[in-house]
Design a protein around this ligand. Structure first.
Ligand SMILES: [Ca+2]
Length: 472
């Protein structure tokens, strides 16, 4: 694979050189990696057919690479999803369950994705939120950098009233902030500038790089500069399904505690329509703000002529509920929490534009290794989906398994099946949705007799996937 990549790169560079009197890119035999992680970004983007969202830069990347239409995180919470993706290990009964999980505590002997590249001679840089804030796996990196906050907490407010109200983790400032400030005042603007300066530095280096950009928005609080809010003034709509699915098990729903800690959100009960519109507006503003920062980095990659030697991957760590099922935040087994944007662009190759094959986040580690011609560490539990990038007829194994505590979701074809299991591995609640007829997951059909065989198969699939080490 390494040789093939080199050949492809060299061929491309010869073509580029023949078209120009100036020497272009230094020929390298190992592609760089630009690894863009976006916090809480669901696939509500222009390139996913959502024309009400302004995301021209992510759309451009998607147009040049492969867009994955059925990509799923393995666990819908920031720290655990990242720990799983970065180690290539699935969450299990006692692994990667919570917000606080440290990758290096849970799996001390595991070589992380960037660490593996580092061991092969790559220069690795962590910028912003890649692992979970300070819960980083330090052995992975040559350099670690985090942007400074404008306020006392990580929530990075700039308006005095929000800074005043944000006194502790249980008494936070407003869930949204609309401030007429330049992009680089908030953390993500600073991150874009840092990554750009890294690109300039790395351009001069002999070593290949694994450079990351970990953007914090659209994570709460939805703080974005005024101009990104203005895009959506008067254009935000509420979702149709502001109610729990028919026959939904109570285990599938939660009280969106993450949102309730913000000022102005009621301690219990639903969020008002007015507040819901403001929250959705803020989320969209943050998506467009982050998209603009990504654009600055992609522009610099092109300007430095590093595009021809750099693989670009963009992913969101999990989905988000914007009032679907009456829910907010992630932390559940509905598709809104599990479905993620994933885009991969490989230089020097004609790529498949998009694929509806099912992939999951444990597959990213082996895929990047294969694309860079690196060996696959023995511990990996996912499968490379490299073939999907170049062959329209290629297929994945067709299954994704995601977990939120005791609830385990098996995704196959049009079925989304969740089973809640106890310590004896016996199910005490379940739900099944058929996206062929119910893409919004509004009617749980797990107790309908005609679905018994489908459930038996999906349940078996789930147990097969976990057999390796789930109960350890
Ligand atoms: Ca997150």
């Amino acid at each position: 694979m390494k040789r093939l990549n080199s050949m492809q790169l060299i061929s491309l560079l010869l073509i580029v050189a023949s078209c120009s009197s100036e020497p272009k890119q230094q020929v390298i035999d190992t592609p760089n990696i630009l690894f863009i992680a976006v916090d809480d970004l669901r696939p509500e983007l222009g390139c996913y057919g959502m024309n009400h969202i302004q995301s021209p830069n992510i759309d451009r990347l998607a147009a040049e690479g492969t867009r994955f239409d059925r990509s799923y995180c393995n666990i819908p919470v920031c720290g655990a999803s990242r720990a799983s993706l970065m180690t290539g290990l699935r969450p299990a009964r006692n692994r990667f369950l919570t917000y606080y999980t440290r990758a290096d505590e849970d799996a001390p002997a595991i070589t992380t994705l960037p660490q593996h590249f580092r061991n092969q001679g790559y220069h690795t840089i962590s910028n912003g939120k890649i692992f979970h804030h300070d819960n980083d796996a330090e052995q992975s990196w040559d350099e670690i950098w985090h942007p400074e906050s404008n306020s006392k907490s990580w929530r990075d407010y700039v308006l005095p009233e929000n800074i005043m109200a944000d006194t502790s983790n249980t008494r936070r400032g407003a869930p949204v902030e609309r401030a007429d400030i330049p992009d680089n005042v908030y953390k993500d603007g600073k991150t874009a500038e840092k990554v750009i300066s890294d690109l300039r530095k790395l351009k001069k280096s002999e070593k290949p790089f694994f450079l990351t950009a970990g953007f914090l928005k659209p994570h709460l609080p939805f703080n974005a500069p005024e101009k990104y809010w203005a895009i959506y003034d008067g254009k935000v709509r509420l979702p149709d399904n502001n109610y729990p699915p028919e026959n939904a098990p109570r285990e599938s729903l939660h009280n969106f505690g993450e949102l309730r800690s913000y000022a102005g959100i009621p301690e219990k009960g639903p969020v008002s329509d007015e507040m819901a519109l403001d929250l959705i507006h803020g989320y969209y503003a943050c998506v467009s703000y982050t998209d603009a920062q990504i654009g600055k980095i992609l522009d610099e990659l092109e300007r430095l002529e590093l595009e021809e030697s750099t693989i670009v991957i963009l992913w969101g760590d999990h989905g988000w509920n914007l009032r679907e099922h009456g829910l907010w935040c992630k932390h559940c087994n509905y598709e809104t929490s599990l479905h993620t944007p994933l885009i991969l662009k490989v230089p020097g190759s004609k790529q498949v534009k998009s694929t509806r094959e099912i992939v999951e986040y444990v597959d990213i580690y082996p895929t990047l290794c294969e694309l860079a011609g690196l060996d696959l560490p023995d511990h990996l539990q996912g499968e490379s989906f490299k073939e999907l990038l170049f062959d329209e007829r290629a297929q994945s194994d067709g299954v994704a398994i995601s977990q939120w505590y005791a609830g385990i979701t098996t995704i196959r074809e049009n079925y989304f099946y969740t089973e809640w299991v106890n310590d004896q591995d016996s199910a005490y609640a379940r739900m099944l949705y058929d996206h062929a007829v119910d893409p919004g997951e509004n009617v749980n059909i797990s107790e309908q007799q005609q679905n018994a065989e489908v459930i038996r198969q999906l349940s078996q699939e789930m147990r097969k996937s976990r057999a390796e080490n789930y109960f350890k």
